[in-house]
Write a protein that binds this ligand. Structure first.
Ligand code: NAD
Length: 480
């Protein structure tokens, strides 16, 4: 069954090339956008082609010199106006992303709509204080834009992941060609309008909708694109690296994770378990840095599982537009089936279902819902302890002692995020031994100035703060 998009919700979505809406959402080559809570079609985007990418790259290339020639102060002012424009439309953004991703509306307002504003304004501040030049001996070091940046983003935080690339790329003096995730593209039009209203010149920011293999690979391969910045799965990141290698462009990858939460035997269990369950289940576990492995002292395993089950029982699942629900559906029915397959695999491999499981939730069968699930007594080498599930599934893994906990935490191809709970000095010592790009000790708060990115197969880039700005800059040394 398919419905026309309500005018106030999706409206016709088009490409955005050289400051103009182009392409038609009503033509035959379109990709439907589906509300995962209902299974109903709520919009459509054009299925872009390599020719659309060519047009966008031509516009971005033509605009780049002039944009780079503006002063940093002018670029900061534009990015601040983009932040303000997104703030002004935050309600609409939250509604759109709740409809396409299924994020519960309260989280959508805070994270899906709120974080892009915070990230853009924080980057503007970083650029204001940034050392654009420095002297090293007889060398003048200058930092210059790379040129045209291709941005490819995932669906889990569709606007946030985009602004985390767009803001630093623009501040650095680059122009951008962006391919939104085809599953969650509805805020692209809002972003295009906001950038235009903020005074961003035509051609500086371009949007081409479409699938990864067609539009994404055309961006990765394009000789007119100097850098590709990708956030998404490790599988696709590898493919993009291969395609981009032909033109030796810079490739910045923010990939998947299987992040450990190490709970030590002197941890405050109330905090460790409550925060641990929350960081496993937020956005139905569709968070790259989700703490999906809880590594606990073997002697306290059962007690911790009991506490985790009590915490998980508070995660009411249902219609994401209902303020009282803490979890909505997964972002698609395909994703739901993938996650259910993992739960079944975990059971087959010997894990105990402490709460949740693969059964459908009564009354919610039409949506892509999954019960928040805790798998206990998981072997650290089991598939559910190794692969990124990207759903509300927490694995609890017993460890013999601190060294064993560190070994289990590092027993992963991934290295994105992590956490340690315990007495402060001991927990800090463990944090230093974990091979991930971020570690939170005793619930340390997210810091928008701190670098975020992966070790190992979680990627090679860093986002946020001055590290995130440096990703989008070339470095030149002039000797005198
Ligand atoms: P995905 O890799 O399937 O898709 C991401 C983007 O890549 C989409 O726009 C998609 O269309 C595009 N794409 C797909 N195939 C492509 C190809 N062959 N060439 C070029 N582009 C292609 O990921 P997803 O399912 O949208 O998102 C979930 C994944 O993203 C998870 O693995 C998650 O951990 C990861 N992620 C990482 C971070 C981070 O900061 N490290 C943040 C959010 C999500």
């Amino acid at each position: 069954m398919s419905l026309s998009p309500p005018a106030t919700l999706a409206g016709p979505i088009t490409h955005w090339i050289d400051g103009t809406a182009t392409g038609s959402a009503t033509g035959s080559d379109t990709i439907d956008v589906v509300n995962p809570a209902t299974g109903l079609v709520i919009g459509a985007v054009p299925a872009g082609t390599p020719a659309d990418v060519d047009a966008a790259v031509a516009a971005a290339g033509a605009a780049q010199q002039a944009w780079a020639g503006t002063g940093v102060a002018e670029r900061i002012a534009v990015v601040q106006r983009i932040a303000a424009g997104l703030q002004a439309r935050a309600g609409e953004i939250a509604d759109l992303i709740t409809a396409e991703v299924g994020t519960p509306i309260a989280l959508s307002r805070m994270a899906q709509a709120g974080l892009p504003v915070l990230v853009a304004s924080t980057f503007a501040g970083v650029a204001a204080g940034f050392a654009w030049t420095e002297e090293i001996g007889n060398s003048l070091i200058v930092r210059e834009p790379i040129g045209v940046v291709g941005a490819i983003t995932p669906w889990n935080f569709p606007l946030q992941q985009t602004v985390a690339k767009l803001a630093p790329a623009l501040l650095a003096g680059n122009t951008v060609v962006w391919k939104p995730a085809e599953l969650a593209p509805l805020t692209a039009r809002v972003l295009a309008e906001v950038t235009a209203e903020a005074g961003l010149p035509a051609g500086v920011f371009n949007i081409v909708h479409g699938t990864g293999p067609v539009v994404g690979e055309a961006i990765a391969a394009h000789a007119g694109i100097d850098m590709v910045s990708f956030t998404g799965s490790t599988r696709v990141g590898k493919r993009i690296s291969m395609v981009a290698a032909e033109t030796v462009k810079r490739v910045s990858l923010e990939l998947g994770g299987k992040s450990p939460n190490v709970i030590l035997d002197d941890a405050d269990l109330d905090t460790a378990v409550a925060l641990g369950v929350g960081a496993a289940f937020a956005n139905s576990g569709q968070v790259c840095g989700a703490w999906s492995r809880m590594i606990v002292p073997a002697a306290r395993h059962d007690e911790i599982v009991e506490r985790a089950v009590a915490a998980a029982a508070e995660y009411t699942v249902g219609d994401p537009t209902d303020e009282t629900n803490r979890l909505g559906p997964l972002a698609s029915h395909v994703q739901r089936d993938r996650v259910l397959g993992y739960i079944e695999r975990g059971i087959a491999d010997g894990a105990t279902v402490a709460i949740g499981g693969p059964e459908p939730i009564e009354g919610l069968e039409a949506g892509a819902y999954v019960r928040p699930t805790i798998l206990a007594g998981v072997d650290p080498d089991a598939v559910v302890a190794q692969e990124e599930i990207f759903g509300p599934v927490l694995t609890v893994i017993p460890a013999a002692d601190d060294d064993d906990a560190v070994a289990i935490a590092n027993n992963s191809h991934y290295g994105l995020n992590g956490a340690v709970f315990g007495s402060p000095e001991r927990a800090l010592g463990i944090a230093r031994r974990i091979r991930t790009g971020q570690v939170d000790v005793n619930g340390g708060q997210w810091n928008p100035l701190a670098p975020f990115g992966g070790y190992k197969q979680s990627g090679n880039g860093r986002e946020f703060g001055r590290f995130g700005l440096e990703e989008y800059l070339e470095v030149k040394a002039i000797q005198r």
